[in-house]
Write a protein that binds this ligand. Structure first.
Ligand code: SAM
Length: 327
């Protein structure tokens, strides 16, 4: 890996930046790509999404309501190209973890599979709080060309029945792997990747699993799946990115899959830099890419505000006290 990219965030379209990275150089890719939802294409723009003009474009339906069949296909085509590049830059046996949405998971995994990855597993990030998106039909009933009594009857009949958006309480994360060279052992001795670190614990000192929660739910769930809750300070007051991931979740995946502090973690859709901050906290190296300059500035500021949280001892991270340089 060229030193020019190490521990930096590149301001570029991922499809342009990825081909400039050296092949077989990255230990782990951990990312949360844009999903093409709500007319957000792969060049989504925070201001465009928030503007009233933009809401008008989606024909008066609130964000998330409009079902566009092309979204999945477009996403597949684009993520196939991204995955091909990621396959090239990862070391043999290296892991590629990608956050998804339940609605587009199938397209994401197919794109990664078709690009050449081995789909090893699916993780679930479980939570309890989310805004329900389903809508009452009253607004549409009011527009029917029928008399008031018939409209009122229809409203009574459909009381409580809403459009088909279930309250979403999990996020799927696919775990894919680049094919190893030879056996897992041979591959690990050569590249230091491809195995999972079972010293990493989840819940109350439990063996690591593919269900992760950052919310306290109840005793049993917490015992098995809870990792530390996001700290209020960890986002940074200056961070206005809309989809910031919990640091502890990124740390869990990085600790599970990377062996030493020589490991390089890549996030090609770095946003406000959570993956990169987590890598830095754990003493790993990182490379970030994001198309949006403002998010990159937030990422850089967050990276500066954290000091290394762990020291690495034979691939076993030892926790130190978290230190914030900025309040
Ligand atoms: C879901 S967000 C990532 C959020 C991040 N995990 C965090 O915790 O802040 C996706 C990011 O992808 C970026 N993006 C969108 N299209 C891109 C492209 N073609 N190349 C690189 N970055 C892109 C957006 O600017 C956005 O910050």
């Amino acid at each position: 890996m060229s030193e020019t990219y190490l521990n930096k965030i590149i301001n570029e379209d991922a499809l342009k930046a990825l081909p400039t990275l050296a092949e077989n150089s990255i230990d782990l890719v951990l990312t949360d790509p844009p999903y093409f939802l709500d007319k957000m294409d792969n060049r989504w723009d925070e201001k465009k999404v928030a503007s009233t003009k933009y809401h008008h474009v989606i024909k008066s339906l609130p964000a998330g309501m409009r079902f566009d069949r092309e979204q999945g296909k477009n996403f597949y085509d684009w993520y196939y190209k991204i995955s091909k590049e990621i396959l090239r830059v990862l070391k043999p046996g290296g892991f590629f973890f990608s956050f998804s949405s339940p609605r587009l998971y199938h397209r994401m995994v197919s794109a990664m599979d078709d690009a050449g990855f081995l789909i090893r597993d699916g993780f679930i990030w479980l939570y309890t709080q989310n805004q329900p998106k389903a809508m009452s039909l009253n607004h549409f009933i009011d527009r029917l060309n029928e008399n008031e009594k018939s409209r009122d009857n229809l409203k009574k009949q459909l009381h409580g029945w809403k459009t088909p958006q279930i309250k979403s309480c999990f996020e799927p994360i696919v775990m894919a792997q680049k094919e190893a060279e030879g056996t897992f052992l041979e591959n690990f001795r050569k590249y230091n990747v491809g195995l999972l670190n079972t010293h990493v614990k989840i819940g109350k000192e439990m063996y690591p699993s593919n269900v992760i929660s950052t919310d306290s739910i109840n005793e049993v769930v917490d015992k098995c799946f809870l990792i530390s809750k996001p700290d209020k300070k960890e986002k940074g007051d200056f961070n206005f990115h809309r989809t910031v991931k919990p640091l502890s979740l990124c740390e869990y995946i990085i600790r599970l899959t990377t062996y030493s502090n020589e490991a390089i973690v890549l996030d090609p859709f770095a946003g406000s830099g959570t993956t990169l901050v987590a890598a830095k906290n754990l003493g790993r190296k990182f490379v970030g890419i994001d198309i949006n300059k403002e998010y990159i500035e937030i990422g850089r500021r967050r990276i500066k505000s954290f000091e290394a949280d762990y020291s690495i001892n034979n691939g076993v991270p030892e926790k130190k006290q978290l230190k914030f340089l900025l309040s």
